[in-house]
Design a protein around this ligand. Sequence first.
Ligand code: SAH
Length: 262
Amino acid sequence: MVRPKKFLGQHFLKDQNIAAKIVDALVLPQEKSFVLEIGPGMGVLTQFLVKKENIDLHLAEIDRESVAYLKEHYPSHSEKIIEGDFLELDLTRLTDQNIYVIGNFPYNISSQIFFKVLEHRSQVKQAVGMIQKEVADRIAEKEGSKTYGILSVLLQAFYDIELLFKVPPGVFFPPPKVMSAVIRMTRNNRDHLPCDEALFKKVVKQGFQNRRKTLRNALKPLNLPTQILSLQQMDLRAEQLSVEDFISLTLQIEQAGGVRRV
Ligand code: SAH
């Protein structure tokens, strides 16, 4: 047995039915696919994943004790265990195939996992993950809500997000302090944004930096052209803009000459 370590966000899922349900949520294509489990721990999801046909399963686990456990219980996959920090993992060196990510994610780094997925979105076709319900809500939320934010806009620009089901603390050992939820994110057909992506990110991040201010005030540090500042949209707050609105605003900023240097 692996001793749960708090600093690694270890909360082991005890409920076999929920584990099976999470694995079933991964939608794989007919052809052999590359699946990467993040933080398998003692393998509660792994046991169902190894039974699936047509998958090339890899496991990324940082905890030495869990790695030893997995090697003992899944000797057929010992070569497929990547011992180390998922956040440091170079996915392009792992495979040139599409990657399907799954895991009961370590909650202390769940946002960072999503930023990493985003960075490697040309490879990551789908991700099914258990996270804090609060983070799941933030990711899945649409404009107009208080929890809609940077991660929601950036992820929704490239992924379709589905909040699948909630999971109570009691089914974990040790139980976390918060409710959990399972989400599925599937790449949409948008390969590239129709606008400059770096500028898009800048506008989104800056806009939400002071989410209670109007965009006119929140975006001041970007030193935008006056014709942009006079747009009616600038009276709104970032949380009122949809992904499409952010894209069209970025396009307008580009067409007006972009962000001026000071
Ligand atoms: N999947 C298991 C464990 C979930 S707990 C279960 O459902 O029971 C989170 C797991 O992520 C732990 O095994 C922890 O060791 C691992 N982990 C934590 N940080 C990690 C990181 N940066 N990279 C890879 N794995 C990590």
